[in-house]
Design a protein around this ligand. Sequence first.
Ligand SMILES: [Zn+2]
Ligand SMILES: [Zn+2]
Length: 103
Amino acid sequence: MNGRRRLTYHGTAHGYKNVGCRCVACSEANRAAARDERHRRYARRLLVDGVWVAPVAAERHGRVTTYNAWGCRCEPCTGAASAERQRLARVRAERQRTARAAS
Ligand SMILES: [Zn+2]
Ligand SMILES: [Zn+2]
């Protein structure tokens, strides 16, 4: 009779990540959770000589992910991020050229 299960995971990051639900409520919850996580990470950064640096192992610096996820602004991370920006700009320019050539 009572075969309807209540979908309790909706509106949680768990629904998005573990159940794989992409409904608006789950997506929004996942976004909010990611935002909170980032804020928590950002709050743990250290101010070194006026530069925000992530408290992570040395080998994790110089990566775009550390720049984005931690907001690390040390020289290697900033360098990696600007190199990535240039790479993306080149890819975009190349794509535009190819599109123009095709038309
Ligand atoms: Zn859902
Ligand atoms: Zn760094």
